[in-house]
Design a protein around this ligand. Sequence first.
Ligand code: RIB
Ligand code: CA
Length: 306
Amino acid sequence: MARRVVLDCDTGTDDAIAIMLAAARPELDLVAVTAVWGNHAVEHTADNSRRVLDLIGRTDVPVYAGRGAPVDPPPGVPAPRGSAEPDTLPLPPPTQQVEAQDAVEWLVETARAATEPFTLVPTGSLSNVAAAIAADPSFVEAIDELVVMGGVIERGGSLPDVETNVGYDPEAAQLVLDAGFERLVLVPLDATYRAIVTSEQRATLRPLGRAASVAAGFIEQRIASYRTLPAMNGRAAAPVHDALTIAYLVDPTLVTLSAATVRVHTGDSPTRGRTDITLGTGEVQVAVDADADRFFDLVRESLAQL
Ligand code: RIB
Ligand code: CA
């Protein structure tokens, strides 16, 4: 039976590809998309999610819009800036409305009514998930696995010190880490930067159909903005961060996991948003590596199904 998955995203280009993969895979049953602020305002992330689902003919998947701001920011700390990407994905306006119900309410109600657990995959700020836990701490019991794209292990190298999903709402991230999920997998930048997609690989997607061609365009846009970053070391390539969470669900052997303890720098500290990730023992499973070639094979094979 396909695994029931809810994607909680701040849809820009990499969340969009995560949605496509989740919808394409027969192993997964994409129950709903809940939109959250992050890359863009929640109105845009909900609209973008709808556009992607329209593109791939999945108008049956409902989209709910949730939190548009951090859950409990310290006074005086300025709101983080979103992505430099345009707010709206270059796709036709959606034919279906975003659902009237609030995403957090829907998550809490769905968890309460669930007779079988479901998998939740947050790939934006953790504000929706934290709000759901705050509304009902037993929310966590309905989730068999929480797979979060967020955080960064290594500091002082070529990766940013603060990963944006955690940095957008550090208090929410810490609350989620402390909430007692049965299994919590964190996919940090260290893993997503190991699974970069090159310009040559991207070119092989174009002939595979409309959705794959759109995904190729998104990846090209990402390569244009990443190629000058030190982490790319001059290569024409880019990470597609959020897609790695779905690839992991389909084939967990694509990533290497390590038990870890994770703490988030919160409050008005100058290091706000950083993650202290200590590998070895702990309640969180952290992806420390990823197989780039097998990741891309899975992306290509999945997009070809759409
Ligand atoms: O740091 C990468 C993450 O931030 C991705 O989820 C991207 O979509 C942005 O939200
Ligand atoms: Ca995202």
